[in-house]
Design a protein around this ligand. Structure first.
Ligand code: GGG
Length: 336
């Protein structure tokens, strides 16, 4: 599902790399985009929805269009997939492949290899709330932050299952005492079952500060939907920017997954052949790893690292290649 804008340019590059690495996959293309939404008023047609539900994995580009300010479109595509396929884990890794991409002055703190484990089906994104007396000076707007015992438990458990060294739980329990209270209780209870792992708590403001000060201290950060969305943009910038950031939306119980670059449709640069395909290519790498092909995933990551280090990449990473040339540069290195 390339969907819109930059997504249409980067997904073909990711598919090219998957074919290049020899992945024996059958691809089905879904023509979901803002044009069809504007034409039909339907985000995902019923027949397509059935096919998507049956897919082993979904490789996704980006959704959004300046002509469609209506949030129903975004909700009807990406959030529907996350919610209805119950893809409750949003993995957003950040790894520094080349020192020159770090914005940090201190060399000893540049080493970044962390993952943000973002709760993906609850929080402020469920669309509960409303507007009362809309458009008047007395207007009231509410947006509910939904946190369930089951939802918090499963995401914190996933983070502890993933970590080898330490889990940092991030919330804002000093100000948001009800939701934060539940996160605190579940985190403490689950931590007890993992005495071999270190664990720490940070308020989200302190976590943002520590991430900029010394990101090398982090391995696994687990947090809610909104904080995870925000912190993972920050962690992307620590390793080269939004163009490089991959993500996986997973349900570890059903095995379903949707894999997408963290970046959006980038309307300012889309269509000019300059969008960075690395976020999508690394997302395809996460997909193939999830499907059980560790060696292919390692090969993709190695080829990406080598292309970046050689400067065979797009302008945002200091290279001069087009989107398609940057994809080719990765494919070429798969054979090395
Ligand atoms: N791949 C991430 C994605 O599609 N995010 C949705 C989004 O933020 N859309 C708004 C936009 O890209 O303009």
């Amino acid at each position: 599902m390339p969907c819109d804008g930059a997504g249409k340019e980067v997904v073909p590059e990711a598919v090219k790399v998957l074919r290049g690495v020899g992945a024996d996959l059958e691809f089905e293309d879904f023509d979901i985009d803002a044009d069809s939404y504007l034409r039909t008023g339907v985000a995902i047609p019923d027949a397509t929805w059935k096919d998507l539900q049956a897919a082993d994995s979904i490789l996704f580009g980006a959704v959004g269009d300046p002509r469609v300010p209506d949030p129903k479109y975004l909700h009807g595509v990406l959030l529907r997939l996350r919610f209805e396929l119950d893809l409750y884990v949003n993995l957003r890794p950040a790894k520094l492949y080349d020192d020159r991409l770090s914005p940090l002055r201190r060399e000893d703190r540049r080493k970044v290899d962390l993952v943000v484990v973002r709760e993906n089906t609850e929080g402020a994104y469920v669309g509960m709330g409303g507007r009362f007396k809309q458009g008047t000076p007395d207007e009231i707007a509410t947006q509910e932050d939904i946190n369930t015992y089951a939802g918090v438990t499963r995401i914190v458990e996933y983070a502890f299952g993933l970590a080898k060294r330490e889990v940092v739980m991030v919330d804002k329990s000093n100000a948001m005492t009800y939701a934060g209270g539940l996160w605190q209780e579940r985190w403490k209870a689950i931590a007890k079952a993992h005495p071999n792992l270190k664990t720490r708590h940070l308020f989200v403001d302190a976590a943002a500060m520590q991430l900029v000060k010394d990101p090398s201290q982090f391995e696994v950060i687990v947090t809610g939907n909104l904080f995870g969305d925000i912190l993972s943009d920050l962690t992307a910038e620590l390793v080269g920017g939004m163009g490089i950031a991959p993500s996986a939306n997973l349900n570890p119980k059903t095995g379903r997954g949707l894999f997408e670059p963290v970046h959006g449709t980038a309307p300012d640069i889309a269509g000019k052949g300059v969008v960075n395909p690395i976020g999508a290519i690394l997302s395809a790498g996460m997909m193939i790893r999830h499907l059980g092909h560790r060696e292919m995933a390692d090969a993709i990551e190695g080829a990406v690292e080598s292309a970046i280090r050689a400067g065979d990449c797009t302008r945002d990473l200091g290279g001069s290649l087009s989107t398609s040339q940057a994809g080719d540069a990765v494919v070429k290195r798969l054979k090395d």
